[in-house]
Design a protein around this ligand. Structure first.
Ligand code: F3S
Length: 755
């Protein structure tokens, strides 16, 4: 396995080689340690990326692994804070190859070209910042219009057997090329970009055994729609979903990517397929025959061992699998097409179909587009246009240019379709929908992945269903959710009934892909003169200043800023929605800190300023303490900081001068994020002590000079009436993490080491 094979043609000459040797070496060690027990594919790839294969504790579903991913990918919404943080580490280049993709900020209004133009205008400062910071730090930059992150990764960067993290939940899409690709929060991406290992709970492995052969109206999408119905939205939590069995052969590479992409909907860490000739064909078609050749030689490590054990096995027979439609409001409510019309009636779902939307990162391959175009062409031959509105979102500029060249775009437009920009668009709610009013009950159907309430159009009354592009296209002609193209006929313009033929398409373009416009910006050779563009007057972006190092003393009489009662998710700590506009501006977004938390006095976003005795908003009072040089603390309940891994939830309290968060229990990721920012996440040793503290108390944190792993700290609580309590607290800091606290943050420590 010791060859110098480049990971990606776009990075030729940069020294980014496929490191199969490390996998081979690591697996030798791990096999010995596991007494040569047969391994799943997921284990091979994950353990093949261990930072320390000799000493890592390996226990599926139990231990935590330190891993060395090969790549990082960020989308433009999450990249802003990630890059700002990376910059403050003071490193000249990212430690692993990294790319940034502009896809989330483009709103669909009228169509691809004008929508893109408007987005470039509105988001100019963000794009300028991303373009210049990428250029400065050696990061590949994909401009707005280039396409959706996961499609571009599949086309250019995914490599069988390698590991990638991405700051987007559907990063697992690259599993279609046999890569272990996981969605993470910005803090994890920053770590890996800065050369730290990435920590992951040793995943369980769920096996999906595919038998039979796919055909007719059934598509790869139906595999995951069916599996989602079986496992539900939580069923994949902590697990990698690994597909195997003879049925795999009847899936195209891009079809496998669709399945892996939507595995995010069942909470899976990621999904992965074994390497096969269908992946080889895709690599060939995307100028990566050298990668296919190398993967072929390494094939023994790109599939499971015989007899490998799964934590759970699900069987799917592709020959018997029916097309499914999932939804509304949740992706795991799976209904086979034969039962769907009845379900629409039984549940009183609006039967009229208002809009059909195909494409997105989930389903915009050449194969998907060619099949949908064939359906559209057949309807057109009968004189029909779509009854519902019909939109097409190409996943990349390459897909768009290729389907334009091959006439599919014309077919779609001829039947009334609108081709949107190569971007997330309606999938992430970037959709200026005009055909209904907010609150109107209505149905739409998409070939996307997520359909939670309000996701696409911010209308909670919209019933969003998810299906294959084939079904979406056919149903758009019927304009009705009760139409089943497998059994029902439509009336042509001539008044005659016709039935759709089974859809047929092309796995890959016969004439090869057309790259379209060049939308990639490679980092320049000489990066020393590049200036990162951040306008000091910007309200969306702000450079980060390093947090102050620990002053070497105990924390004395820190007022409790808020004692939070009950559930406190990262959404309570750092609200989303309109605040996301400020995700690159820590000072502005900090104005949302804990505005959703319920205080012990029963208030929301109203706490007492213990210095003045007056009430104010939580962020306001926090900032007032900070201006007075007075650190403060938060007291919280159980599972504090659960929810998304949003790093702002940890950055904001630190920015506003917080010193510690003391709770009954933490959600693990948030606890780690707090440590990274130099805060002290502390646990009550006795949960009942939570009741002894009030929002009007002051707390001293004692013992910091002897702060050590496994050693408790002590709180001295002074109540309003002057009485005191001493309360023991524990923590989960290890030696390295205590270093973060002392330096003021993990990045401070890294910056120190770099200079
Ligand atoms: Fe974008 Fe939707 Fe995919 S938001 S990355 S197209 S899931």
């Amino acid at each position: 396995a010791d060859q110098k094979v480049e990971m990606a043609p776009l990075e030729t000459g940069k020294g980014h080689y496929i490191n199969y040797k490390r996998i081979e070496d690591n697996l030798k060690i791990v096999r010995q340690r596991l007494n040569n027990a047969p391994m799943t594919l997921a284990e091979k790839i994950v353990y093949g990326h261990l930072d320390d294969a000799h000493n890592a504790e390996i226990s599926r579903g139990q231990s935590y692994l330190k891993l060395r991913p090969d790549r990082v990918a960020c989308q433009d919404a999450t990249a802003q804070m990630a890059l700002l943080q990376f910059m403050s580490a003071g490193l000249p280049t990212t430690a692993v190859p990294t790319t940034v993709h502009c896809d989330h900020l483009i709103q669909a209004q009228v169509g691809g070209v004008p929508d893109l133009k408007r987005a470039i205008d509105i988001n100019k400062e963000v794009y300028d910042f991303l373009a210049t910071s990428c250029a400065k730090y050696g990061i590949g930059f994909w401009k707005p219009g280039s396409g959706i992150i996961h499609q571009i990764i599949l086309e250019n960067y995914a490599v069988p057997g390698l590991m990638m993290i991405g700051t987007d939940s559907h990063t697992p899409n690259a599993g279609g090329l046999g890569m272990v690709a996981c969605g993470v929060g910005g803090a994890d991406a920053v770590d890996v970009m800065a050369g730290l290992p990435w920590e992951l709970k040793c995943p369980k492995v769920i096996g999906v055994h595919l038998d039979g052969k796919m055909g007719g109206w059934t598509t790869p999408k139906d595999v995951i729609l069916n599996v989602a119905g079986t496992l539900t939205v939580k069923g994949g939590t902590g697990a990698i979903i690994e597909y195997y069995g003879p049925g795999v052969e009847s899936l195209s590479c891009t079809g496998m990517a669709t399945i892996c992409n939507m595995g995010a909907e069942i909470g899976a860490t990621t999904s992965v397929f074994p390497y096969n000739h269908r992946m080889g064909a895709y690599l060939d078609a995307t100028n990566r025959s050298h990668v296919a050749k190398y993967a072929n030689e390494f094939k023994h490590n790109l599939q499971a061992d015989k007899g490998a054990e799964y934590d759970q096995v699900i069987n799917v027979n592709l020959s018997e699998l029916e097309p499914h439609i999932n939804g509304p409001f949740t992706p795991d409510l799976a209904t086979p097409i034969s039962k769907f019309a009845q379900a629409v009636k039984d549940n009183d779902w609006p039967a009229e179909l208002k809009v059909g939307l195909i494409g997105s990162c989930t389903n915009s391959s050449y194969e998907d587009m060619s099949r949908s175009a064939a359906i559209a062409a057949e309807a057109q031959a009968h004189g029909l246009s779509t009854k519902a509105k019909f939109t097409i979102t190409p996943g990349s500029e390459q897909v768009r240019a290729t389907i334009a060249r091959d006439g599919f775009v014309k077919t779609f437009e001829d039947v009334g379709g609108v081709v949107l920009a190569n971007a997330c668009g309606p999938c992430i709610g970037q959709w200026d929908r005009q055909d209904i009013k907010k609150g109107d009950k209505n149905s739409i159907i998409t070939s996307y992945n997520r359909n939670f309430t309000g996701r696409n159009d911010a209308n909670p009354a919209t019933h969003a269903f998810v299906a294959s592009p084939d079904l979406v296209t056919a149903m758009s002609f019927a304009g009705s959710l009760t139409f089943n193209p497998l059994t029902d006929s439509l009336k042509g313009a001539d008044g005659k009934e016709f039935k759709f033929s089974d859809p047929a398409g092309f796995e890959l373009p016969a004439k090869g892909y057309d790259a379209g416009e060049n939308t990639y910006q490679a980092p320049p050779e000489d990066r020393s003169s590049v200036q990162v563009a951040v306008d000091p007057k910007s309200d969306r972006l702000q450079l980060l200043k390093p947090f102050q190092a620990w002053n070497g003393k105990d924390i004395v009489d820190a007022p409790v800023l808020i004692k939070v009662v009950g559930k406190c998710t990262t959404d309570h700590i750092s609200a989303g929605g309109p605040w996301l506009r400020f995700r690159g501006h820590l000072e502005n977004i900090s104005q949302n800190m804990l505005i959703g938390g319920l205080s012990d006095e029963g208030h929301v976003n109203k706490v007492i300023n213990q210095t003045t005795g007056e009430y104010g908003a939580v962020p306001e009072v926090g900032a007032a303490y900070r201006e007075a040089g007075q650190p403060w603390v938060i007291v919280g309940d159980h599972n504090y900081g659960e929810g998304s891994s949003r790093e702002h939830a940890a950055l904001e309290p630190r920015f506003l001068g917080g010193a510690a968060v003391i709770v009954k229990s933490f959600a693990r990721i948030h606890e780690t994020n707090l440590k990274k920012q130099g805060m002290l996440p502390l646990w009550f040793k006795n949960e009942a002590d939570y009741d002894k503290i009030k929002g009007t108390d002051k707390i001293s944190i004692l013992g910091l000079k002897e702060f050590a792993p496994g050693k408790d700290l002590s709180l001295e609580v002074t109540h309003k009436d002057g009485s005191k309590d001493t309360i023991p607290v524990t923590h989960t800091f290890n030696e390295g993490q205590i270093g973060w606290f002392r330096a003021g943050s993990a990045l401070n420590l890294m910056a120190k080491a770099a200079n």
